[in-house]
Design a protein around this ligand. Sequence first.
Ligand code: MG
Length: 218
Amino acid sequence: MAHIIWDWNGTLFDDLHIVVESVSACVAPFGRDPISEEDYRDHYTRPVSVFYESLMGRAITQDEWASIDGIFHETYRSLMYDANLAADADTAIRLLADEDGTQSILSMWWHSELVPFTAGFGMHDVMKRIDGNREDAGALKADQMRAHVERLVTNHGVAVADIVAVGDTFDDAAAARSAGIPIVLYDGGSHHRHELERVGVPVVSTLTEAVGMTSTLV
Ligand SMILES: [Mg+2]
């Protein structure tokens, strides 16, 4: 019986357009034109400061970074109620539940904001756990993935061998690898599909497809 650990931003939550708008607000004071989704995917990398340096083609000072970080979060929070779940998120979640699979959410968005926000989409009724970032902005998803898997096993009786992650970034893939679980990458988020395909794990275009694939991975 499969258990899926869903990523939130760029996976269950279709927020790329508001992320792009928020990044555009951050680079506007530097005289840069608004970016497109294509620009975003061309430059996307972590850590996020390197992403902005790549976008602007120059180094960023600490003061500039603090201002960018502030503008991003302020803009994102003002737009996040305009974004919705991925087109087939509800279908995919129901499909897994109908197959007696279980599921949870692990996100690097702040835990205190993620929990009430996901509740607004009815996630608390179907997810065994919803974990966001309770540490600082520099926290690593790999550490949080290992802790999430540990809690699923210890507190919810999930077997590690049944767990598959679904996410949209290289970071998600590295986190899953570090926790010793397989991952399916979804191309609706931060990376170009051809880049995801280089990771060497299954890549899908819909979340329903990701659910269908889990049975071949566990
Ligand atoms: Mg994501």
